[in-house]
Design a protein. Structure first.
Length: 134
């Protein structure tokens, strides 16, 4: 899983979080390739979900500060991403993780970043300029 320019929001901390999420996806890729035991995959899901929740909380806090009129819709998208990750976790609950685990995770995270997160970033940059956000 590689970082692409289409994921960049130009908001420093948000981009750093997104890169970290890509690192988690790479760990899933690695776990599937090496047939990692179920308890390792479950621990990885736990760490990913904890970080993802923190990331969503940070984004929503920033959206409240801006303030961003799309906050409620964006929060709904976050809930949908979390529930997709939970569905993936259930599919991976057995001892053999599905082959498409990392790709499915990438699809739901990357879509949200490239669409919803960038929409917010464009709005915030229009208001305050590129260099003004944390
Ligand atoms: Fe995000
Ligand atoms: Fe988001």
């Amino acid at each position: 899983m590689e970082w692409k320019t289409e994921y960049a929001t130009g908001i420093r901390n948000i981009d750093a979080h997104h890169r970290k999420l890509m690192e988690f996806i790479a760990l899933f890729e690695n776990a599937v390739q090496h047939n990692a035991p179920g308890n390792e995959v479950r621990a990885l899901f736990q760490r990913t979900k904890t970080f993802l929740q923190f990331h969503f909380d940070v984004e929503e806090a920033l959206m409240r500060l801006v303030p961003y009129p799309g906050l409620d819709a964006h929060r709904t998208e976050h809930q949908q991403v979390l529930s997709q990750i939970e569905q993936l976790e259930q599919r991976a609950a057995g001892d053999i993780a599905p082959n498409d685990l990392a790709a499915s995770m990438q699809a739901c995270l990357a879509d949200h970043i490239a669409a919803g997160d960038r929409l917010f970033a464009q709005y915030a940059h229009r208001l305050y300029g590129q260099a003004s956000l944390p």
